[in-house]
Each structure stands twice: as C-alpha cells, then as structure tokens.
Design a protein around this ligand. Structure first.
Ligand SMILES: C[S@@+](CC[C@H](N)C(=O)[O-])C[C@H]1O[C@@H](n2cnc3c(N)ncnc32)[C@H](O)[C@@H]1O
Length: 325
C-alpha cells in the first residue's frame, strides 16, 4: 500500500510515452524503444524490467526484444476496453496535484482539484479540448466493457424511447440500440461532448436512431422518454446537486417511465471495495460521492421517486431501477 502509487506512475508513464502502441505486435530492443520515445536507454531498461515483473511486459532473452503480455496489450489504444485513457486521465498532472492535496478535501469537503484547475472539473474540461478528449476517451473505453454488462442485466425490450442523460460520447446508448433495433435513442450532454457524440454516432451508422441534445441537466431535461439513464452521473455530485438532476428527471418522466441509475453501489459494511477507493477520487476530483443502497433510496425519495429493484451486473456498477413514488 505504501508504494502503490509508484506502480501506477510507471504504468501512466508507459501510457504517456505511447510504449504499448510503439511495440504493438512486434517486440523491440531497449535501444529501439528509447529512440522511438526519446528516452535514456539505460533508465528505460530499468523501467521495462519492473514492468516485466508486474506482468505487463515480457523479454525474449534470445533476441533481447521486449514485447507486451496480454495484460500489457490493454494499454494499446486500439484495444477495446483499453486502459490507456484511464491512465492518461488519472495520470494527468492536475489529477496528481489534487490527490497530493487530499488533506484539504478532508478538511473542507470540497474537491481539491478546483484549486489547480481554477474551475470545476467539468468546467475545466469544457475549456480544454485536449484534456476533454482524454477524459471522454477514458469513459468510452470503460463503457466498451461496461455497456454489454448493463445490456445483459436489464431488459430494455419494452422501451421505445431511451435517453442517456450525461451519456458522454455514446458508447452505452450505442450498445443498447444495437441490441434493440426498434428502440430510438437520445443523448443529453454538454455542448462540447455532444459535438463529439454526434460524430461518433454517425460513424457507427446510428445518426438516424439517436438524437443528441445539448443542454444542462441542472436546468431541465427533455420529456417523453420511456427510459432515462444516469450512468456515472450522480457519483459526480453531492446530494443537493444530485437532487436537482433527479427532480428534473422526475419532471420529465411519464407514469410508466423508468430511471436507470448505473452506479457502483457500496456494500456499506466497511469491507474493501473498489467503490470505496473510487469514492475518494470523487471527493478530490469532483466533489461527488459513491453511495450505498440505503443512500440511493433516501436520495431518490426526496425527488418523489422510489427504487423498484437493483439489477447487479457482471461489472462493478449495478442498474438501480427507479420509478415514480
Ligand atoms: C463521469 S462522465 C459519465 C459519462 C457516461 N454517462 C458514462 O457512464 O460513461 C459524466 C458526464 O456528465 C456530463 N455532464 C457534466 N455536467 C453536465 C451538465 N451540467 N449537463 C449535462 N451533462 C453534464 C459530462 O460531460 C460527462 O460526459
């Protein structure tokens, strides 16, 4: 535990150097890799040796070439579900500074990242397209693994109109639409993300089946959908702001609409759980929080909603199915 961040820093640096893509399917010598990444070969060799011990790289002693293991191949950008984007997003210098200042978040309850970004997390992304592309890419890659689990866990077949609120660049809705050819989809997003979503959906041949609406979920949310999805949205916000989003969805729902909250539900028993770690990231980065089943039930109740059922998935998030109270 003491040295955990040394490991993540080596993986983040591997991503920053683009090592996995440079190696691809063809193992290379240290000298070739040092030249391609403009690094100091003897120092790079030391990091490769560590990465090999971590099961990410493998060296062929005969040819003296370094290749990727299956685990290491997860850093390749072209690998579905690649962790490249997550390493780049969480290895970002501002994210490092925020974690370095965890103590200030503990003292104030406010996200320390805002000191370094000079803005809220999502406000900063709206003004910094390159960083937004990294963040959106990390979300999309994660959803490549998560979306099939959500589609398996919940029966979408009854719904004609499905809106993913804060749906990023469209990975989750595209999986739902592909497995339910009669459904019409929609994404509701901030303008800069909506623009990227339109281009991605068009490239997937889903332009006609998925509207992309620019907007602010704190202001209002379009009416008339059978299913509203909030995937990894409420964990970005404190209870007060989450309640504003939920109340806007409550306003938009018709009597048979469902709201699907796709979030990691904390066990609430203080055992080690990935969600409890992520909860700290929400504290320093966005000022949000992960929640237990009881906390979700209490939160939605304040917006005139109730939890009907929780559908576990094969991935960390569950699908919390919510109806009008
Ligand atoms: C953690 S990401 C989740 C993306 C996607 N739902 C997923 O599960 O991969 C949060 C998303 O909320 C969007 N968002 C943040 N503030 C918003 C606002 N005020 N109105 C609409 N969308 C917003 C962001 O642009 C971002 O795509």
């Amino acid at each position: 535990m003491v040295y955990g961040f040394w490991v993540s820093r080596c993986l983040q640096t591997m991503a920053e150097l683009g090592l996995a893509d440079i190696i691809g399917d063809v193992p290379k010598t240290v000298e070739e890799l040092a030249k391609a990444t403009d690094t100091h070969a003897p120092s790079l060799r030391r990091m490769l040796r560590l990465l090999s011990g971590l099961g990410v790289m493998v060296k062929d002693e005969g040819s003296q070439r370094w290749g990727l293991t299956d685990l290491g191949a997860m850093l390749r950008k072209d690998n579905p579900g690649s962790v490249y984007g997550s390493l780049m997003a969480h290895g970002h210098m501002l994210s490092w500074q925020a974690w370095g200042d965890l103590k200030s978040s503990l003292k104030t309850g406010a996200p320390s990242v805002e000191k370094f970004m000079g803005d809220t997390f999502f406000g900063y992304l709206a003004a910094h397209p390159e960083d937004a592309a990294i963040f959106n890419g990390s979300m999309a890659a994660y959803q490549t693994l998560n979306a099939p689990a959500v589609v398996n866990a919940y029966d979408f077949s009854w719904a004609k109109r499905i809106m993913d609120v804060g749906g990023g660049t469209g990975t989750l809705i595209s999986h739902i639409l592909k497995s339910h050819p009669l459904a019409q989809g929609a994404i509701f997003e901030m303008a800069h993300v909506a623009a990227e979503a339109r281009a991605r959906l068009a490239s997937m041949g889903l332009k006609e089946r998925c509207d992309v609406v620019d907007g602010d979920f704190f202001a209002s949310i379009p009416k008339g959908q059978d299913i509203y999805i909030l995937s990894q949205i409420l964990h970005d916000w404190d209870d007060e702001k989450s309640l504003r989003i939920l109340s806007n969805i409550r306003e938009a729902m018709h009597p048979n609409s469902r709201l699907l909250i796709v979030e990691t539900v904390l066990p609430g028993d203080n055992t080690m759980h990935f969600g409890n770690l992520y909860d700290m990231a929400m504290l320093v980065l966005v000022g949000g929080q992960e929640r237990t089943e009881e906390e979700y039930s209490a939160l939605v109740a304040k917006a005139g909603l109730k939890v009907a059922r929780i559908h576990p998935t094969s991935m960390p998030p569950s699908v919390v199915e919510v109806v009008l109270a």
